[in-house]
Design a protein around this ligand. Structure first.
Ligand code: PSV
Ligand code: MN
Length: 387
């Protein structure tokens, strides 16, 4: 692919930011509060807009309901527009209510399932109000002990709820089903893997797709294989990007294993799924527990851009030739040549062409925004993971 084409795809790339990345977060051991953290969804949007301002590649923000619940979604949407960004995916939350001890959509009690379903339907109402196209569902449902509940009955309950939510989707709206190996349930999880998510979304229909959170697999899982299979079946809806060393670490994408990120993006490039309009939502799902949040998001967007540029630089003709000839080392060398290319000058050039500073980290630091919000956001309650 020519440098011009690479830059064209990169210029059109859009990486969605999670609103919750801007609030205080931590582990079950300690949350280290940071000064200047937003106190409401409007301030979260303002911080997200800074990431877009300096990268030009992060024009939408995902909301998490009820963390980002507001009285007036029209006002929130127009604030986003004023800031030069848009509202993206609506993430449902059926994991933080006392009623959900035994699950939400898979709970044995129909009243709890009704409550969870009503929440999901409310999320679609919010999509209507904000113009959001995607509903992202992740369920903390599962069991901790053998015999605790019927695995099959739980799948039946899940299917019934998904049917009801799917039927409520409007024109152009999608349901993205996210899977996760374990946590908070430890014995069984009701949507533990891509196979389960695929089976449900296949049954539901074309508006239902699978979302891959890169942190939700067993160590050593070949995620690019999952990407290839789902793309081939037309069932890949999007990504929650982040890095993991051990479990669902939610560290910055491309930090723990940039080569894995490159391999995933290579698979997407080979299906032309990085091109605008491919229908794949590229989202971050991260928390910045000890590092500064806005620069953490800027760095993450840059990491995705760098891996994307490398994936686009793979000489696909040479690769196809080497593969057809059974040239194992030659084919591998084509990939490694692209991976080992320093794409930072190309991205700096692109940013200059877009009227941006070639170094987004430096530009943000020089902007004085951190100092401004630290001085300005006094009083009130800082948003946290969960508010
Ligand atoms: C669950 O671990 C998850 O990945 C889901 O996407 C949630 O909505 C999100 O994290 C919350 O941070
Ligand atoms: Mn996720």
């Amino acid at each position: 692919m020519s440098a011009t084409h690479v830059k064209r795809v990169l210029a059109a790339q859009s990486i969605e930011l999670p609103s919750w990345a801007f609030g205080n977060s931590g582990t079950r051991f300690k949350v280290f509060p940071q000064p200047g953290v937003p106190r409401d969804p409007f301030e979260k949007l303002a911080d997200a807009a800074q990431v877009h301002r300096h990268t030009g590649a992060a024009g939408t923000v995902a909301l998490h309901i009820p963390w980002d619940k507001v009285d007036d979604y029209a006002a929130l949407t127009s604030r986003a527009e004023d800031l030069g960004i848009g509202i993206g995916t609506i993430n449902a939350n059926t994991f933080q209510d006392d009623d959900y001890r035994l699950g939400s959509v898979c709970h044995p009690d129909p009243a709890v399932r009704r409550k969870a379903t009503d929440h999901l339907l409310e999320c679609v109402d919010i999509m209507d109000a904000t113009g959001s196209a995607d509903l992202k569902l992740w369920f903390a449902d599962g069991t901790n002990y053998p015999g605790q509940d019927s695995i099959t009955a739980r799948q039946d309950r899940l299917a019934a709820v998904l049917d009801e939510v799917y039927a409520r989707l409007g024109e152009g709206q999608r349901l993205l089903l996210e899977y996760k190996l374990f946590e908070p349930a430890f014995y069984t999880t009701d949507v533990p893997d891509w196979g389960t998510a695929y089976a449900h979304t296949l049954r539901l229909g074309p508006k239902a797709k699978v979302v891959i959170d890169t942190g939700h697999h067993a160590p050593g899982t070949n995620i690019e294989f999952i990407v290839a299979v789902l793309l081939r079946e037309g069932k890949l809806g999007g990504f929650d990007f982040n890095s993991r060393f051990y479990a669902d670490d939610d560290l910055m994408v491309g930090a723990a294993d940039p080569f894995q990120l490159f391999r995933i993006l290579c698979e997407l490039a080979s299906h032309d799924a990085l091109e605008p309009g491919s229908g794949i939502a590229y989202m971050l799902d991260q928390c910045h527990n000890i590092e500064a949040k806005i620069p953490g998001q800027i760095r993450s967007v840059m990491n995705v851009q760098e891996a994307t540029a490398k994936a686009l630089l793979v000489d696909r003709d040479a690769l196809a030739k080497a593969q057809a000839a059974g040239d194992v080392l030659g084919a591998n060398a084509v990939l490694m040549d692209a991976y080992n290319t320093d794409v930072r000058p190309l991205l700096a050039e692109l940013r200059e062409e877009q009227g941006l500073d070639p170094d987004p980290m430096r530009a943000y630091a020089a902007s004085g925004y951190t100092e401004h919000v630290t001085a300005d956001r006094l009083g009130g309650t800082a948003a946290g993971w969960g508010a």
